[in-house]
Design a protein around this ligand. Structure first.
Ligand code: 5GP
Ligand code: MN
Length: 343
């Protein structure tokens, strides 16, 4: 199967950028998910295999515990923890990779390091309409994940034969998490061709699944039960639902980063449900509500996120935020569910 992505010229330019670079920094987005961490670690491990000595992975803030097991995760630089080290590393960079985001604002406080740097930049992403000024832009919204794109680039550059588990495991992990364990956005044959190739590298996909999806505290399960039992509002006639998570709920259930992951997908298990929305109060900033949207079929979450929640994303998975109280946020969600017309 031909899974090459780049034109001949792009492949040559990317090879030249990598060959000529001494200090490489890989960035990903705020609240990094499996695809952000997986694509960054996979790319970093590939570049190191290619003989690049100075390769750093920088993210703005914390990532969930269930991603901590990945090879290389200990070396990720979090800007919120290591400001000076990040500033030094970034100031020395001559090549930057922007992975899994289409707009520098998705990287929060590290945005100026990307936009103001004179380093050469490469963007690899699967969100719509990227608008970062870069030398090479690999933008494929149809891809299941940025990890899929990273694999295809390494493949095209001839890096597959020498690929080891440090590359294969994070890449598989990001493809798995961005598709909910290959249950959505994962119908293209290329995905399973790639998986079959990754398996030849001796990755244990069943273990990777358990490491990610069966790695919670008992509090996460109790939180899940509580939310579905007492907090879920279902609008049958609109095939929609939403739930709220207040700061008080989070405290009560000993919330740690990642505990709310995937909860928003659960209401889609209801027969006929097309849209699920979660409203989560920030644990620190007052009047800040994080909104997540998930849908099935052709319901465009991203359009709703843009119109009502200051955000965006993909057709079936999007997010945004509201700066208001939870009561006001609930009013906005009610309005969005009842008024949104996408045809
Ligand atoms: P989540 O619900 O997991 O936070 O986000 C789901 C998807 O929505 C993310 O993969 C990302 O593509 C998109 N997304 C989340 N928040 C925002 C936002 O504020 N702006 C945009 N443009 N996309 C977002
Ligand atoms: Mn992604």
């Amino acid at each position: 199967m031909n899974i090459n992505l780049l034109t001949e010229l792009e492949a040559q330019s990317l090879n030249a950028l990598i060959d000529n670079a001494e200090n490489i920094v890989i960035f990903s987005h705020r609240s990094p998910d499996g695809d952000a961490i997986g694509s960054s670690l996979g790319m970093a491990a590939y570049l190191k295999q290619r003989g690049k000595k100075n390769v750093a992975v920088v993210v703005p803030d914390m990532f969930p515990n269930f991603l901590q097991w990945m090879p290389g995760a200990d070396f990720i630089l979090r800007y919120d923890k290591k400001k000076e080290e990040v500033e030094k590393t970034v100031s020395e960079a001559d090549l930057m990779f922007c992975l899994d985001f289409n707009d520098a604002s998705r990287t929060a406080e590290i945005e100026p390091f990307i936009t103001e740097s004179k380093a050469k930049k490469v963007l690899i992403d699967h969100h719509l309409d990227p608008n970062i000024d870069v030398e090479i832009k690999v933008s494929h919204p149809e891809a299941c994940s940025t990890c899929e794109l990273v694999f295809r680039i390494i493949w095209q550059l001839g890096g597959f034969d020498s690929m080891d588990k440090d590359v294969a495991v994070p890449i598989y992990c990001g493809m798995m998490t961005d598709t909910g364990g290959f249950t959505y956005n994962s119908n293209r044959p290329e995905i399973f061709f790639i998986i079959s190739q990754l398996l030849t590298k001796g990755i244990n996909k069943d273990k990777i699944y358990r490491n990610v999806f069966n790695n919670y505290s008992v509090w996460r399960l109790r939180l899940m039960g509580f939310v579905m039992y007492t907090k879920l509002n279902v609008f049958n006639e609109y095939h929609s639902s939403y739930f709220t998570l207040t700061r008080q709920d989070l405290k009560h259930f000993h919330f740690i980063k990642g505990d709310a992951e995937g909860l928003v997908n659960m209401p889609l298990q209801i027969k006929g449900m097309k849209l699920s929305i979660s409203l989560r109060e920030d644990t620190e900033k007052p009047n800040t509500i994080w909104v997540s949207l998930r849908s099935v079929d052709d319901f465009p979450c991203n359009k709703m996120a843009e119109q009502y929640f200051n955000g965006g994303g993909h057709l079936n998975a999007a997010g945004g935020h509201l700066y208001c109280s939870m009561d006001e946020a609930e009013m906005i969600v009610n309005k969005a569910i009842k008024e949104f017309k996408w045809q």
